[in-house]
Design a protein. Structure first.
Length: 68
């Protein structure tokens, strides 16, 4: 497993958290997604053989939470 930590400044509430965790959690190879609302942080554990960091970033942008 590989981890990716991103900061998405537009995260502001539990709805944002559920949206991100649901959207990224659907991607093949994603094992865990944890969102910290106070820190506006997204922690992702994934299998790089199934999905890459660029696809994870793209999914976050498509969900409406572009990372820095």
């Amino acid at each position: 497993m590989t981890t990716l930590d991103l900061v998405a400044p537009d995260i502001s509430c539990e709805h944002c958290q559920r949206t991100i965790e649901g959207r990224l959690g659907q991607l093949p190879g994603v094992q865990q997604v944890a969102v910290s609302v106070p820190e506006r942080a997204v922690h992702i554990e994934y299998d790089p053989a199934a999905v890459d960091a660029a696809a994870l970033r793209t999914a976050l942008v498509e969900a409406g939470y572009p990372p820095r």
